[in-house]
Design a protein around this ligand. Structure first.
Ligand code: AMP
Length: 203
């Protein structure tokens, strides 16, 4: 059975940074929808340029497009691992589709971590990421649009998962080590699993 952990939170809150640390310490599989889309964008295909038109302007790609891409990756992942989803789902139709798809395979979302941080901190993190990674969508004006999109389209997922008793809210303020420590604790409490010393190759 695949067990899914969803990392939810606005752009710049630190989902990617936390994901890398969690994947290493718990040996989770990891699927970042943003990374998946950026790799298709860079492939130079027609689909890649369609995707670039959305990402570079801070808009969400159409639901069906990302649902198809992500679902294919989930089904390719080993079914005896925890899989950390970073950036998906981002809309109610995506969440409903994920639930339906997992249900068909006897899998389910086990836990949703909502990471939160102050707006000033999010802006500071995005600008320092821009300096390091040079992402086209990490400008202040695109960030403000992405935050609006988050409030309108993604924030309703908090109620969706709260109603299913899956949601754990974690503060994303402080150093990466502090944030990862809080998330690890939430995972250990909710799922009764421990960090492991040896990486499971399959995951
Ligand atoms: P991220 O790396 O998660 O910040 O995502 C970068 C961009 O990829 C987003 O601003 C969207 O344009 C696009 N994207 C990532 N995940 C999704 C998703 N689940 N649904 C729609 N668009 C997405």
């Amino acid at each position: 059975m695949r067990r899914i952990i969803v990392l939810l939170g606005p752009p710049g809150v630190g989902k990617g940074t936390a994901a890398v640390a969690l994947v290493n310490s718990f040996s989770f599989g990891w699927l970042s929808s943003g990374e998946l889309l950026r790799s298709v964008k860079q492939s130079g295909s027609e689909l890649g340029s369609t995707i670039a038109g959305f990402i570079d302007n801070g808009r969400l790609v159409p639901d069906q497009l990302i649902i198809d891409l992500v679902e294919k990756e989930i089904l390719r992942s080993p079914d005896d691992c925890y899989l950390l989803l970073d950036g998906f789902p981002r809309t109610l139709p995506q969440a409903a589709s994920l639930e339906e798809m997992l249900g068909k395979h006897g899998d389910q979302v086990g836990l949703v971590i909502e990471l939160t941080a102050d707006l000033e901190e999010i802006e500071r993190r995005i600008l320092s990421r821009k300096a390091v990674e040079g992402r086209a969508d990490d400008t202040l004006s695109t960030l403000r649009h992405r935050l609006e999109v988050y409030q309108r389209q993604t924030a309703p997922l908090v109620d969706f998962y709260e109603a299913r008793k899956k949601l754990h809210r974690v503060s994303g303020m402080g150093s990466p080590a502090e944030v990862v420590g809080r998330i690890s604790q939430a995972i250990q409490n909710a799922l009764k699993i421990e960090p492991i010393s040896q990486k499971k190759e399959a995951c």
